[in-house]
Design a protein around this ligand. Sequence first.
Ligand code: GAP
Length: 456
Amino acid sequence: MSEEAKPQAAASAALTMDKLVSLTKRRGFIFPSSEIYGGLASAWDYGPMGVELKKRIQEFWWREMTQLHDNIVGLDAAIMMHPRVWEASGHVENFTDPLIDCKQCKHRFRADQIPEENLKERKCPDCGAKALTDARKFNLMFTTHMGPVEDEGGLIYLRPETAQGIYVNFKNVLQTGRVKVPFGIAQVGKAFRNEITTKNFIFRTCEFEQMEMQYFINPSEDAKWFEHWKEKRFQYYQDLGIRASKLRFHQHGPDELAHYAKLAFDIQYEFPFGWRELEGIHNRTDYDLKRHAEFSGKDLTYLDEQTKERFVPYIIETSAGLTRTVLVALCDAYEEEVVEGETRVVLRFHPRIAPVTVGVFPLVRKDGLAEMGRKLDSELCEEFRTFYDESGAIGRRYRRQDEVGTPFCVTLDYQTKEDQTVTIRFRDSMEQVRVKMAEIAPTIRKAIKEYRRPGA
Ligand code: GAP
């Protein structure tokens, strides 16, 4: 079997959102929602590759944020909550965007996204007509009704953040979880926001997923824990395989701070459309627990058994978007290079989050190679996500796996029948090594553990 030629830089290798949307559709990562009916603006479905990538990222976060800490526990609260929760949290009053309409073209904008010049002249940035309305407050929470009668009594909200499900369970976890301050509660789940502007693919959508951890601390230690989580969360993205040069912090100024936050830093990523927020780290003080105590009438204080001090814990929150991390992983992994005069598109995912870890290919279907391939696949899939493919030229099969980011491909050929060896082909270097069948799993395990992206 011949080795592949050395790659060269592609002339127009820069990633655009159009390229990404097209690749992710073609390779089964992300589809427009309800596409056969013409789609639904800004809603997306995760296909066979996308759902695997999302699951891997979620599992990685869960491991990092719960399994590796003996004082952080998990929770899965309901999406629908008592409506008073959102009065207490301040969302009914404060979770609003300033909205401006164009009376001419009917387009809708967030006031803070219209250039100053246009605002002064009331000139629409899209159609140019001097027809902009005044700004009005628009609450981002979706409402629905519980029960058969659509009246005020049955009004409920779809949660706009997962965090509140954690705060209202603070006492439950404290009483049952054998935890002591400082401790954390972690949750992954859907959140909903009636966003006014939803462009840029899955960056900002009305339905999305969050991965949030709320860390309950003694108020006197807020500076220390804030710094701790800020650093840990920055490192986390590098462990996930994201290039450090594409990550940075952004501190919220006084006009950016959410109504609950005393201090906030975003971790930003440099998307093809610029630097944008990926995760927020917030010092929420005792705002949430105090408000829920006030609105529910329940005692949400904490007694430190050792010092006998009673206090309302402060909360340091780490709030990451799961679906937004999927976009970051895709953008960051995307590379183009030229191999033997053809463009090779490769997604350089960290092997821990790649949708498929190992491709298994018999060189040809005949002479018993397919049977051997299927047997090997059924063994490897006990431990790794595998993809079995026996059709087409081997080079084409490799390219297909490059495009979905499969880090390792195992090929069986005629020599396999004689000496029980196969080749393992590495996605990034395209290098191939010959190993005994019994060595496949240990070789892959080691390569995952020691993985370094070329040039990183
Ligand atoms: N509990 C705090 C909170 O929700 P946030 O900054 O509003 O804070 C946290 O949201 C993260 O959730 C963001 O950094 C982003 O990754 C993700 N996120 C927020 N709105 C989103 C949307 N409309 N679509 C996709 N992800 C979103």
